[in-house]
Design a protein around this ligand. Structure first.
Ligand SMILES: [Zn+2]
Ligand SMILES: [Zn+2]
Length: 215
């Protein structure tokens, strides 16, 4: 499975995925569970009940699963060729997908932030399946990260994969590290946008993108 990433011609966008495949030996995982048991107990959780005896193991497992974006996604490799004639249609028709739900862990607190992504691009020679846009969002969200970086990575990777005329990414998310600790009574959504190519210079395209997203 892993070697899928070494296929010829895919190297140019592998770098933008910034993968960091984990290999954590069973013995080390046991150790982490021990640390978690110690922390959770000190914080007030009674681990001596049938419901909680396995909580340290489940917590470590949940953290691991929530950050599987580091391991990559072999289904993200397939790119289709189109025939771009370079005409006005080619430079203006947008492919837009959203809302795409995502869950991420903030790198400052290791607590979740979650929200929705909208991704658009203007195809040139390559396109990818719509479902791949969802996979791309999750590839970068399921890590310890920040909202700005997720957007940049999505935009840069789409750019490298498809060489499109433009890429647009809009993210809005609630950050639990702010909300859970009561820093703000009503926490607003944090919104970020990223533009590449034609979108950078064309306000009409940006407006059309937002309109298509219902924003
Ligand atoms: Zn945070
Ligand atoms: Zn084109």
């Amino acid at each position: 499975m892993d070697t899928d990433y070494e296929l010829d011609g895919h190297e140019d966008f592998q770098a933008t995925m910034e993968l960091n495949r984990r290999q954590i030996p069973e013995e080390q995982l046991r150790k982490f569970e021990g640390y978690m048991a110690e922390m959770l107990t000190a914080l007030g959780l009674d681990l001596n009940t049938p419901a909680t005896v396995d909580t340290p193991r489940r917590f470590v497992r949940a953290l691991y699963d929530s950050t599987e974006g580091y391991d990559g996604d072999p289904k993200l490799l397939k790119v289709f060729h189109t025939e771009c004639r370079g005409g006005p249609d080619c430079r203006l028709s947008q492919v837009i997908e959203g809302p795409i739900q995502f869950f991420a862990l903030c790198e400052h607190h290791a607590l979740p932030f979650h929200g929705q992504a909208y991704v658009g691009y203007i195809a040139h020679e390559n396109i990818i399946g719509i479902s791949k846009l969802t996979r791309l969002v999750r590839l970068f969200a399921k890590r310890f990260t920040v909202q700005e970086r997720i957007g940049q990575q999505i935009a840069d990777t789409l750019d490298a994969m498809l060489h499109p005329h433009g890429v647009a990414v809009y993210l809005e998310a609630h950050h639990l590290c702010t909300q859970m600790r009561g820093v703000r009574e009503v926490a607003p959504k944090t919104r970020t946008t990223f533009w590449r190519g034609e979108y950078e210079s064309n306000p009409e395209l940006r407006a059309e993108f937002f309109k298509a997203c219902g924003l």
